[in-house]
Design a protein around this ligand. Sequence first.
Ligand SMILES: *[C@@H]1O[C@H](CO)[C@@H](O)[C@H](O)[C@H]1NC(C)=O
Ligand SMILES: *[C@@H]1O[C@H](CO)[C@@H](O)[C@H](O)[C@H]1NC(C)=O
Ligand SMILES: *[C@@H]1O[C@H](CO)[C@@H](O)[C@H](O)[C@H]1NC(C)=O
Ligand SMILES: *[C@@H]1O[C@H](CO)[C@@H](O)[C@H](O)[C@H]1NC(C)=O
Ligand SMILES: *[C@@H]1O[C@H](CO)[C@@H](O)[C@H](O)[C@H]1NC(C)=O
Length: 509
Amino acid sequence: MKLLIVAVFIGLCLAQHNPNTKPNRTSIVHLFEWRWADIAEECERYLAPNGYGGVQISPPSESIVVTNPWHPWWQRYQPISYNLCSRSGTEEELKDMITRCNKVGLSIYVDAVINHMCGASGGEGNHSSCGSYFNANKEDFPSVPYSSWDFNDNKCRTDIENYSDVFQVRDCRLVSLLDLALEKDYVRGKVAEYMNKLIDMGVAGFRVDACKHMWPGDLHNVYGRLKSLNTTWFLPGTKPFIYQEVIDLGGESVKASEYFELGRVTEFKHSAKLGTVIRKWDKEKLSYLKSWGEGWGFMPSQKAMVFVDNHDNQRGHGAGGASVLTFWDSRLYKIASGLMLAHPYGVTIVMSSYRWDRHLVNGKDQNDWMGPPSNANGSTKAVPINPDSTCGDKWICEHRWRQIRNMVIFRNVVNGQPLSNWWDNGNNQIAFSRGSKGFIVINNDDCELNVMLDTGLPVGTYCDVISGDKSGDRCTGKRVSVGSDGRATFHISHTEEDPFIALHADSKL
Ligand SMILES: *[C@@H]1O[C@H](CO)[C@@H](O)[C@H](O)[C@H]1NC(C)=O
Ligand SMILES: *[C@@H]1O[C@H](CO)[C@@H](O)[C@H](O)[C@H]1NC(C)=O
Ligand SMILES: *[C@@H]1O[C@H](CO)[C@@H](O)[C@H](O)[C@H]1NC(C)=O
Ligand SMILES: *[C@@H]1O[C@H](CO)[C@@H](O)[C@H](O)[C@H]1NC(C)=O
Ligand SMILES: *[C@@H]1O[C@H](CO)[C@@H](O)[C@H](O)[C@H]1NC(C)=O
């Protein structure tokens, strides 16, 4: 009996680290700036049939509307209230999307901006996504309502200047954003009310923005007020999944580890290092990835959320710098995505971006503010799907690239299997299996790969899911024969567009 109680208790504590995806669905896609109507369609027509587990959506709360610069993406990180009308659509459209995605087994994760409201220079008026009045000068947000009593002015009224000072990092204003006093019962209550409304609507969890700038004790209190998930879609007692944005590349006064107990945490080192290794900067090599994960000083796998790039660092914001790989470097990006999705470390998020007119001056993008494809009046454009299943109108849809989509399926198939059969050439050619369910070989050297390897796979002919697809008993890509001893011969030229091969149990012909 005692043992049972302990087990139940541990279960509850750990629940917020569990992504609440359907069984054997392992990856989340961030449909950055997509409209709710398009996300609903994408869940039904593409994400469900291709094994995706969930979608991270852009902030659904009412935000400021900025016209200089013209409707920047970051306006949605400046809340005006917790009304649910945003650039992505109305509350009705949000609700319809959550329902339709849940119906086809896709979980929705809300990007929750709860550290602050709009910037101190946000002005006065109704320039907000639902048209609500506010006055940033007076810290008056009547649609919540918040007043000047609800901000951290008694502790700090200036911007964060010294990141070595944890009190500044958590009590001062992040780039002038009005800093909410999350120590107040009233503010905690309003934030929890917002999140609970979304829970009732059927979301599975939250990406919590700017956690470094909030005290873990305050977050503990807010999370403690959250309801269990809606039982129409989830088992009774299921807690919302929580993953927290904490940028910690080492040497920070605020450590990612302070947030482990509360939920998962974004591991930015994974993004920065993966780019460095695949670009072969700093004398890094793929062979060093043998100890990838905790062995590289990353946080424990069961605490980590990982990504090749995210909406911040793909445009030079946040952290990670020039090494971060994005769709602009598509060849290396596909290799990085393949590696991340094949490797057991962390819970994976696939980024889905839009193109903007990059204008680099001394390494700094002057157009890093540019919002999604929009109409003349600033509203976000729909995502058109081309006959070849790519996306039009500057929407990149990395999640639809065959190599990335098929590696999401690979990750589902090998779920729970250990990394084994590691091989490397001491340089930039590596291979490993996931138990006896999947095998990947990568050639990032400047010479051919020609080698016979132990795959760990059962005997048979397999379809390589990077160069093509298995359809019925046919394969549109390369075929690989695995012998009864589990060995197979691989040839990968360094000049191929995709210099890697991936095989798995479901790609057996
Ligand atoms: C998950 O996948 C594994 C391996 O393919 C399989 O054995 C297991 O039955 C699957 N579980 C569910 C619930 O589908
Ligand atoms: C501005 O917002 C207030 C309350 O949020 C509302 O009563 C008023 O009608 C709005 N004004 C305009 C011009 O939309
Ligand atoms: C920044 O904060 C740290 C920690 O409080 C302190 O030691 C340091 O002197 C501060 N630096 C400046 C320039 O004020
Ligand atoms: C759970 O979701 C269903 C379907 O959308 C809805 O009818 C029900 O009211 C929700 N439950 C709560 C507690 O809001
Ligand atoms: C903005 O423009 C689009 C496309 O022209 C149109 O469909 C939409 O209704 C407009 N929205 C507003 C608020 O005027």
